[in-house]
Design a binder for this molecule. Structure first.
Ligand SMILES: C[S@@+](CC[C@H](N)C(=O)[O-])C[C@H]1O[C@@H](n2cnc3c(N)ncnc32)[C@H](O)[C@@H]1O
Length: 224
């Protein structure tokens, strides 16, 4: 996680040595962290979506967007700007948010693995969507294969939801912690989208294992 208002997390072991903490904290409060603070976004992750959108032209005026794992709300704010007042963002996260959204954003506290009847009703009423975005990430344990497996489960659930809720021709972005099992997700996406690309934004920390898979032009065909 890289929330602006929650910068205190465990530092790398090297940074725990006396005298090195200040240098690491300076790096931690990096260019994108400070830029997000200046530009009033609640998380630096907003620049990942901006880069993804600049490269893949994902968001346009008047579109409907489903934002999964939306807290604290940077992606939803950016998507709301791009789609404008006549578009709609349906955003959900396990966690509540205190970000003030514009009227075109509807935020619901929700677990994607255990979706409530109310959320499904909103999906029915507000969808289908032009884009499904998932920046969902598991609570990390530090055990690489566990974190990768949990990230993959989230990404697979995001893909399942996208397949149910995207318009034909729609686009899908999903964050994934890279690991050996990502191939299965790529294969599943290639069956559903005209093109699938892996992209690591410059604003993603180089030490992070995360990357984004981007599916363009949803085909709505049955996968197998
Ligand atoms: C990196 S943060 C998202 C940041 C967000 N895109 C932004 O720009 O503000 C990842 C989010 O995924 C959420 N998440 C993890 N598992 C989830 C689940 N099962 N259902 C919904 N959200 C989940 C976490 O609560 C966390 O807020």
């Amino acid at each position: 996680m890289d929330y602006i208002f929650q910068p205190c997390r465990a530092l790398p072991a090297a940074a725990r040595k006396p005298g090195q903490q200040a240098r690491f904290m300076k790096q931690y409060r990096d260019h994108y962290f400070l830029k997000a603070k200046r530009e009033n976004y609640p998380a630096r992750s907003v620049y990942k979506l901006k880069e993804l959108d600049a490269k893949f032209r994902l968001l346009r005026k008047g579109q409907k967007v489903l934002d999964l794992g939306a807290a604290p709300g940077s992606w939803s704010l950016d998507a709301a700007e791009k789609i404008g007042p006549h578009g709609l963002v349906l955003a959900c996260d396990l966690q509540a948010v205190d970000t003030v959204f514009p009227p075109q954003v509807v935020f619901i506290q929700e677990d994607v693995f255990n979706r409530s009847a109310d959320f499904e009703a909103r999906l029915d009423a507000l969808g289908p969507f032009d884009a499904v975005l998932s920046d969902m990430a598991p609570r990390t344990t530090g055990i690489r294969c566990t974190d990768q497996a949990r990230s993959l489960e989230l990404a697979e659930e995001a893909l399942a939801l996208a397949c149910l809720r995207l318009k034909k021709g729609g686009n899908f972005v999903v964050k994934i912690f890279m690991g050996p099992d990502v191939q299965s997700l790529l294969t599943a996406m290639r069956k559903r989208f005209a093109s699938v690309t892996s992209f690591k934004p410059k604003s993603s920390r180089s030490e992070s294992k995360e990357t984004f898979l981007v599916g363009i032009d949803f085909q709505k065909s049955t996968p197998d």
